[in-house]
Design a protein around this ligand. Structure first.
Ligand code: S3P
Length: 430
């Protein structure tokens, strides 16, 4: 396990950066490129381990995929162009890969097996398998069809209306990837709207999908056409730099070309409420996705309460929000976030235990946490662990900005899952 030391105490964060491409959009661009007809060019593809897993799975399925740095060319010949893989498809640590591929492959007329690392094999897959089974899918998993590895006997599916009990873009996207190959209208209703990159991408590839509030409907089968996808910077990666600038006195940082899709900007909304000085400049669109430049200045934050429909809009940012709350005046409450327990780690537990080791004051609750902020009072610092979770690793690295004795991070290699250039980029702004 790699160990790294982060000593950022009082080192102000200044300058301008671009963060790597959006993880959710990069996964989808390769998958849709492979099932579309013709050539797709992806610019700004995220070269983190997770997206590389999707890329290699799509190659094993017969898609022609060439990568040169952050540019990926995909030649697709429709979903009928995919072929039975000769070996198991290994998604590594990537929940998005395994879940989206389950949807795609359940409607292909061949056998496939999806495997991943130890974390993937602990995470729930029944949330995808159960609705796909309603469509007639034949999927088989460990522990009563709950866990991966998952074996799929692809077959012809039937369109359904599915009322999802959770707001999950992975569930919705898996079903849409099945529905786009299936005769008839499939409708998905969510309790709250989850990230809508799949819906936007279907349109970018010339497909049709109806959306209204937290529902979407698609008539299949549809023929998609290859296109150029310019991937915006990942707001979930930008979040670590936003936090570093907000909590370090004297900081002023510009982050260029960040995706600001409203289903992803919950952190910006909450931070505004907490008194953060963040301007969103030069709004524009790239392939139906809103993009802007952000300017962040050090700010004295105050506490807040976060729950309900806000949670899916910032689910991946809760670890870094917890760190920010340690520096805010008052008690911050995060609730309705039990989903955190089934991420790469149980993030309620890993955030609480690791930040408390650094001197924070956080209490775990059933569906979130309560953070008592002590503004102006630095964390002590010490030795902590990522537990193989990229977002926990990066959050703890940023905690080094307010930890007097620095942060020694074990398991720092996990960072490459979503942000391989994180440490280098952090050095350029301090
Ligand atoms: C993702 C959806 C979210 C998110 C994950 C990426 C996606 O997961 O946490 O990092 O790309 O669809 P859920 O769908 O499980 O909420």
């Amino acid at each position: 396990m790699a160990e790294m030391i982060f000593k950022g105490y009082k080192k102000k964060v200044v300058g301008a950066v671009r963060v790597p491409g959006d993880k959710s959009i990069s996964h989808r661009a390769v998958i849709f490129g492979a099932i579309a007809h013709g050539e797709t060019k992806i610019e700004g593809f995220l070269t983190g381990d997770d997206c590389l897993s999707t890329l290699s799975c799509m190659r094993q399925l017969g898609a022609e995929v060439e990568r040169d740095g952050e540019t990926v060319m995909v030649k697709g010949s429709g979903f009928n162009g995919l072929k039975e893989p000769e070996n198991v498809l290994d998604v590594g640590n990537s929940g998005t890969s395994i879940r989206l591929l389950m949807g795609l492959l359940s409607a292909r007329p061949f056998h496939s097996v999806l495997v991943g690392d130890a974390s993937i094999h602990r995470r729930p897959m029944d949330r995808i398998m159960a609705p796909l089974e309603k469509m007639g899918g034949q999927l088989f998993g460990r522990a009563n069809n709950r866990l991966a590895p998952v074996a799929i006997n692809g077959t012809k599916l039937e369109a359904v209306t599915y009322n999802s009990p959770i707001a999950s873009a992975q569930v919705k996207s898996a079903l849409l990837l099945a529905a786009i190959q299936t005769e008839g209208q499939t409708t998905i209703n969510e309790p709250y709207l989850s990230r809508d990159h799949t819906e936007r991408m279907i349109r970018a590839f010339g497909g049709e999908i109806k959306t209204s509030k937290a529902s979407c409907s698609l008539n299949g089968p549809q023929k998609l056409t290859g296109t150029t996808i310019k991937v915006p910077g990942d707001i979930s990666s930008a979040a670590f730099f936003i936090a570093a600038a907000l909590i370090t006195p004297g900081s002023e940082l510009k982050i260029e070309s960040v995706g600001v899709n409203p289903t992803r900007t919950g952190l910006l909304d909450v931070l505004k409420d907490m008194g953060a000085d963040i301007s969103v400049n030069n709004p524009r669109e790239l392939n139906n996705e809103p993009v802007a430049d952000l300017v962040i200045r050090h700010s004295q934050l105050k506490s807040t309460t976060v729950g309900g429909e806000m949670i899916p809009k910032l689910i991946d940012e809760i670890p870094i929000l917890a760190l920010l709350a340690t520096q805010a005046e008052g008690e911050t409450v995060i609730r309705d976030a039990a989903e955190l327990k089934v991420k790469e780690t149980n993030r309620i537990q890993t955030v609480t235990t690791q930040l408390n080791k650094l001197g924070a004051d956080i209490r775990e609750t059933e569906d979130g946490m309560i953070i008592t902020g002590h503004p102006g009072q630095p964390l002590t610092g010490g030795k902590v662990e990522s537990f193989g979770d990229h977002r926990i690793g990066m959050m703890l690295a940023i905690a080094g900005q307010v930890a007097k004795q620095g942060v020694t991070l074990e398991g720092s290699e996990a960072i490459s899952v979503s942000f391989p250039s994180f440490v280098k980029l952090l050095e350029t702004v301090r």
